[in-house]
Design a binder for this molecule. Structure first.
Ligand SMILES: C[S@@+](CC[C@H](N)C(=O)[O-])C[C@H]1O[C@@H](n2cnc3c(N)ncnc32)[C@H](O)[C@@H]1O
Length: 322
């Protein structure tokens, strides 16, 4: 077992100021669908204290380690917060006991998704997310999830692996890496992050491509293990439906595949449907259901990127439900 990582070292959430100030505007229920180390939640709770009135923060995470750590970090607000273990794509079902119980008669005014893995998860070798630290080839955000990265690396045929690396990693060397994985596992199954990193390093035709290729292949595997894109599509639908009128939906994404899905969904919700061109209707077939709060995605300043390199690829988008 590796040394446990201390969550208290991870207190600076990505795009903290913009996210919380654009999200928290009125008292009510706020859902942090990606509780992680509780950084965004803590700032949301502070803003809610300043607003006064009746509020409740609901923190959701599929990782029990995160829930335990956030529970400690947010102890001061124990009467004003509830933590739930589960997948944010099932937010409606997870929220049912809250909206019928402690949060009865309170509107749901905000839903936040800060996508991907936490720094804490990446830095814990036993979770198997990092090519820099050797550990079991796992990558499950929910430690009880059904499929590990080792299952995929050793179980998918080479063409499926190549497709996965190209599609979810946007990796041009996907076919070459898949063939290298096939050859390596024919000798013995690949079971650790270090072994897989070694195979990828060897298969890279140029040294300057190694780090990019490693991060793309690891990203592809992580997305597949956790069904991240499918889960995001469902969470956008469910998250929007649980919001009360005037509630805000904020999503921070970290790569173009996620951001594309969020942008498409938000644009659709903020657009009226006037039917085919030339129909000249008096009223739209479907009115817009929301308005954009961020017309362009918010990105981190150079200063924040300097302090917190993880914020480099972050894109924040926010809408408000009518
Ligand atoms: C980037 S971190 C969030 C960090 C957090 N905003 C903070 O300030 O500390 C993402 C967290 O969301 C969780 N997560 C990712 N996908 C999830 C899902 N589908 N359902 C529930 N939790 C998820 C991960 O386990 C991780 O703890």
């Amino acid at each position: 077992m590796s040394e446990p990582v201390d969550y208290r070292d991870y207190h600076e959430p990505v795009l903290a100021e913009a996210t919380t100030s654009l999200l928290v505007t009125l008292p009510g229920i706020y859902i942090d669908g990606t509780l992680g180390g509780g950084g965004h939640s803590r700032r949301m709770l502070r803003l809610l204290d300043d607003l006064g009135g009746k509020s409740l923060l609901v923190g959701i995470d599929q990782d029990s380690d995160a829930l335990e750590a956030a529970g400690n970090i947010l102890e001061a607000w124990c009467g004003k917060s509830i933590f739930l273990r589960g997948n944010f794509s099932r937010v409606k079902e997870l929220m049912a006991p809250v909206t019928q119980g402690a949060g009865k008669e309170m509107p749901v005014m905000g839903f936040l998704l800060d996508l991907g893995v936490s720094s804490f998860q990446i830095d814990t070798p036993d979770r198997g997310f990092s090519y820099l630290r050797d550990g079991p080839l796992d990558m499950r955000m929910d430690p009880e999830g059904p499929v590990t990265a080792a299952d995929i690396v050793n179980g998918y045929d080479e063409p499926s692996l190549a497709r996965l690396f190209r599609r979810y990693g946007e990796e041009p060397l996907g076919g070459r890496i898949a063939r290298a994985v096939g050859a390596a596992r024919a000798a013995a199954p690949i079971t650790t992050t270090g072994e897989l990193a070694g195979v990828i390093r060897q298969a890279c035709p140029r040294k300057d491509l190694v780090i990019k290729t490693l991060s793309r292949i690891y990203q592809a595997l992580r997305i597949e293990v956790n069904d991240e894109l499918g889960v995001l599509e469902r969470a956008l639908q469910e998250g929007f439906s649980v919001l009360s009128p005037g509630g805000r939906f904020a999503v921070i994404s970290y790569h173009s595949l996620e951001d594309r899905i969020v942008k498409r969904f938000f644009v659709a919700k903020c657009s009226a449907d006037w039917g085919p061109k030339g129909l000249a209707l008096r009223e739209p077939l479907k009115a817009a259901e929301a308005v954009m709060v961020t017309t362009k995605p918010v990105q981190a300043s150079d200063e924040e990127i300097g302090r917190n390199p993880r914020s480099r690829s972050a894109r924040l988008r926010v809408i408000q439900k009518h």
